[in-house]
Write a protein that binds this ligand. Sequence first.
Ligand code: GZL
Length: 340
Amino acid sequence: MGETGRDRRMKKLRRCLLFIACWILPVFFSAGCSTQKQPADETEAGRNLVVGFSQLGSESAWRLGNTASMEQAAKEHGISLMMENGMQKQEKQINAIRSFIAYQVDVIVFAPIVEDGWANVLQEARDAKIPVIMMDRVINTADSDLYDAYIGPDHYMEGVNAAKFLLKKAEEMPQETIHIVELSGTDGSSPMLRRFRGFHDLIDGDERFEVLATVSGDFLRSKGRKCMENLLARYGDEIDVLYSHNDAMTLGAIEAMEEQGIRPGEDIVIITVDGEQAAVDLLKEGKINCVVECSPKLGEAVMDLAEKMVNGEEYPRNTHPEESVFTEYDDLSNLGPRGY
Ligand code: GZL
């Protein structure tokens, strides 16, 4: 991956020519692109690092918190962040990565909306000798060289932690068979697949539990509400537990419950993932029983890693942030603001 002095001079020339092209052809950046800061001119300490970031969307408070974390960290590191919002479309993310390659950014960061379909564009980044950081979600690939590092949560353990809470809660539940409904995230995304797997690996073999249905709310509040309305229409008071793959869908589901006079956290036990402020507030109110934390604050780790990559320093292949589980059994009085 090393560059020679000639490579750097050629790269700088190509970048200057491309910068002019990009400035003259603003259409080059599709709608939704927010270039935080044009790369600064040459400075004594050397040019600002340029990071191209393909964010997957703006679907939840978690995602907005993740974007804010990236922007803040870039600013603190003096890194020029070129961010493109994929608006929940893989094709837009792929196009954004191609534009970063053409622009010859120093590092590419992407949060893959789904696990499949990335091999070609990541091969192009590899051919262009641009290091790639995969952030938040993961891709499904046999070729682990398609990216250089991963920074993000352990979604499988989040599912396991959700199940562990339910196993504990079940000890005080009177039902002989505990009926569960599940709101799953975006189909084909790693958090959806792994939160599902982690939860079911503990629950499916236990005859006390029966999963009535798993339906996708696509990580969206509106769909979470709609799905819960449909589940209540279909199963009514048979439902004892809701396991939801993110807080946004949970908030929508709670709206649907309360509209029908159902007491969330009491009539239906609620287990949710993310740990956004609204969910923790409802946990404190007794309307949610368990919040599995999934931290969106990945910006600092990403920018630190990007600098290490460009400076030729050692860096870890995988970085998982510390994550907690907040439950009705905990003293939450000292839990500070969540920041998302
Ligand atoms: C998890 C992240 C998920 C969150 C959702 O790492 O990818 O995407 O759980 C968000 O809130 O939409």
